[in-house]
Write a protein that binds this ligand. Sequence first.
Ligand code: UFG
Length: 322
Amino acid sequence: MTWLVTGGAGYIGAHVVEQLLASQRSVVVLDDLTTGMVSRIPEGVTLEQVTLTDAQLVEHVFKAHEITGVIHLAAKKQVAESVAHPEYYWQENVVGLQNLLDAMSNHGVTKIVYSSSAAVYGQPDIGQDALIDETTHCEPINPYGATKLVGEWLARSRTVSDDFSVAALRYFNVAGAGRPELGDQFEFNLVPIALSALTQGKNPIIFGDDYPTPDGTCIRDYIHVHDLAQAHVSAVEFIENKNGIFESFNIGTGVGSSVREVLKAIAHVTDIHLEPTVAPRRAGDPAQLVASVAKARDMLSWTSTRTLDDIAASAWEAWSHH
Ligand code: UFG
């Protein structure tokens, strides 16, 4: 029962590895360490330092280990970078996945949990307060989201040809830390950006406060990374004894928080007064993206348990740790 976790040295991947180990499964990590860190890999877990874009090296990993299934997190995930360098995103996220799927087929490995994203939905036309469910039309608005959606299709096509079982987890806004050592060290998203500003004595910036939301700032569904990691174990349990299926699942909380509410939670847990600066809207930001989580609850028996304050407190602890 060895699960290959691609991207297992990354921020989310390391949380997933810990939860898989806690579920009594053994783990091999595949990571090229471009953004991953060796220090995040627990003792006793083998690291294969391999890039997925090298098909031969990927093949070698499957020869070297008896692999039961794959959790595929390794990917590029910065929206702005994907707009500037789409070719890089297609190469890394799609060619890399294709190599992985080929190696799986060659070695009779048919179970995969795939890291997808709420970015597959783009700016859904479902009405201001509606929740996004998995039947909502997918229309990505940037190359990152497009590569994630195509990745779902690539994996799904193997359910017919090779009897794969695929669970695609569409992450909403991931933040927080399971332990201080595993925190997000990059300043790509609201919570780490705000914490970084705070520790430098700067004001956090709100991109637009004239949205049609109660306080005028954008609403997102913030999911604690520890809850998200547990969803992967539930997804493994879901596909483990099935053949030839594909299901996508929203992984969020079902509760929306505005940018101001997130900043308020951060001020609360850090006890630092913060005076946000309001800047113009950022291009491409939908007013509201909140998940319906009924499908994950009903089919995976998984729900989130941690609150926005838990996210803010654990992110702050991890940030201070660094
Ligand atoms: N924001 C600010 N100030 C900042 C940073 C962000 O006001 O300094 C706002 C953004 O405008 C947005 C919200 O905070 O309204 C969240 O922004 P993030 O950049 O943290 O996250 P996004 O919602 O833009 O995107 C994230 C991931 C995507 C994923 C998406 C799913 O980065 O990969 O969540 O909902 F697809």
